[in-house]
Design a protein around this ligand. Structure first.
Ligand code: MV4
Length: 495
């Protein structure tokens, strides 16, 4: 493989190109008119504008992207995450054009994309699953019967859904018919497939996912877990590896189950198997994501493995060059997602210009981003500015390093979720490791950030007073470092 086209934008496009470069592979960026000045476009060896800003007219244009590949003699396409990454039609078109799709086969994608066929495949390997219906529910009558057997509360899920889309909670049998009809019509309009199934509702679960890597020679390994329970409306906010609740035995059991799920669909490349863990530490298979995930860096930090490099090697037909026994967890890693959203205003997207943009640096800090100071955050795409990742010898060091890195980050021009992330990292439930997917709902109110702002306002007034004194001080000398340092400190606290 000599040339790879990255069918994506922003931080992940850059992330992928860096690994290509290390492998001596040249890179092609495709970009929309909104991304003309983006760092990933400059970083690529070649770059082609493929259309206007809306994704449907640019990043989702399969044929246009494949035409670029043909013109530029591209051998492989890396889809990143989102956009076309889990689109089996695209994977198939790429293959038919004689180009290597860096990811699983269209068949594996289809099997795992449909939750019911994923569960049917996993069942053959005796993977633990939440009790509920065996397959799709074909009528309200059948559904009610299964609902009574399953017990309440229960969830009606869309087979074509995932990531929380098309889920409905049913608390009592009297609500079943209405909720089922709603679920079916939502699934039909959202996915063009009204198939739904029932699962008992696991209350207060943790979301734990296992990273797997498979080659085309039958080798599959797991690269341990990521704890992703800190979510807001199915949007992950903080991820970490390893999880503070897994024992070595449970880690091995879940890892081996994840490997079997990958085997069940003849998986190739990097994939993620999602599990729920209940308060008694029972785990249940939920679904498999057939792409590189946003939060993959925390796994890279604790295993020392470059997942993108491995994806490319596997796609080139190479065997995995390590075995399960060779893999070990080293230290602890956290990732916070920095969004251009206002956490004190219901996380309203706050687009605009990054007037100030200075990244934190230093030992154990990694910033994966796609912006530079002075750039506008386009309104057309996901408002994620950066992934801030830290690594430490243990969880406590990773946390204090993250708090330090958040304090060192300088972003002005847009509101960001940094203050919210700092709130979570300082919370005793987070620090203790004793939390579940209800963390934000249970512990966060927007007023809690106002407190921090009041604190900043107080510092601002002290600073303003000091500045006025200084300006008024006619005897003020240039060599008065004491007062200079004091001012600098206050200035830092302000931005
Ligand atoms: C569940 C569940 C409880 N019980 N399934 C949400 C995302 C999708 N992947 C599955 N999800 C859930 N499935 C059963 N049987 C609770 C959730 C869930 C959730 C899961 C992971 C992380 C955050 C969540 C927030 C709400 C609900």
């Amino acid at each position: 493989m000599k040339k790879i086209l990255v069918a994506n934008r922003g931080e992940i496009a850059l992330r992928v190109m860096r690994s290509c470069k290390e492998l001596g592979i040249s890179t092609v960026a495709v970009f929309s008119e909104a991304d003309r000045n983006a760092p990933f476009v400059r970083y690529a060896d070649e770059a082609v504008c493929i259309g206007p800003p809306p994704s449907a007219q640019s990043y989702l244009q399969m044929d246009v992207i494949i035409d670029v590949c043909k013109k530029l003699h591209v051998d492989g396409i890396h889809p990143g995450y989102g956009f076309l990454s889990e689109n089996s039609d695209f994977a198939l078109k790429v293959k038919q054009a004689g180009i290597t799709f860096i990811g699983p086969s269209p068949e594996a994608m289809d099997m795992m994309g449909d939750k019911l066929s994923a569960k049917a495949a996993a069942k053959k390997y005796k993977i633990p699953m939440v009790p509920g219906s065996e397959g799709a529910i074909s009528s309200v009558e059948e559904g009610k019967k299964i609902a009574l057997e399953t017990g309440f509360p229960l969830l009606i899920k869309a087979s074509a859904g995932g990531g929380g889309k098309g889920m409905r909670i049913v608390e009592r049998i009297g609500d079943f018919e209405e909720q089922m009809n709603l679920a079916v019509s939502e699934a039909t309009s959202a996915f063009g497939d009204g198939s739904v199934f029932i699962e008992r509702y696991v209350t207060g679960p943790r979301h734990i996912e296992i990273q797997v890597l498979a080659d085309n020679h039958g080798n599959v390994v797991y690269l341990f877990e990521r704890e992703c329970s800190i979510q807001r409306r199915h949007q992950k906010v903080i991820e970490e590896a390893p999880s503070s609740v897994l024992t070595p035995e449970l880690r091995k059991q879940m890892g081996e189950c994840a490997v079997n799920v990958a085997k069940a669909c003849n998986y190739s490349g990097a994939g993620t198997v999602e599990f729920l863990l209940d308060d008694k530490r029972n785990f249940y298979f939920l679904e498999m994501n057939t792409r590189l995930q946003v939060e993959h860096p925390v796994t890279e930090m604790i295993t020392g493995i470059d997942l993108v490099k491995q994806q490319i090697k596997v796609a080139r037909g190479e065997k995995l060059d390590f075995k399960q026994e060779d893999l070990q967890i080293h230290g602890h890693s956290l990732e916070v997602r920095v969004y251009a959203e206002d956490p004190s205003n219901n996380f309203l997207p706050d687009i605009g210009k990054l007037s100030t943009y200075q990244r934190p640096q230093g030992l154990g800090v990694r910033v994966d981003d796609g912006f530079e100071e002075g750039m506008d955050i386009p309104i057309y795409y996901d408002p994620m500015i950066a992934k801030l990742v830290t690594f430490g010898k243990d969880r406590s060091e990773a946390i204090s390093r993250m708090i330090r890195a958040i304090d060192d980050y300088r972003i002005t021009g847009v509101e960001t979720t940094l203050s919210f992330c700092r709130f979570v990292l300082n919370h005793k439930a987070f620090v203790s490791g004793n939390f579940d997917t209800g963390f934000i709902k249970d512990h966060f109110k927007p007023e809690m950030l106002i407190h921090e702002r009041a604190d900043e306002a107080e510092v601002a007034s002290v600073f303003a007073a000091a500045l006025l004194r200084e300006l008024g001080d006619k005897k003020h000398r240039a060599g008065d470092t004491q007062s200079k340092e004091g001012s600098a400190w206050r200035l830092n606290r302000l931005s």
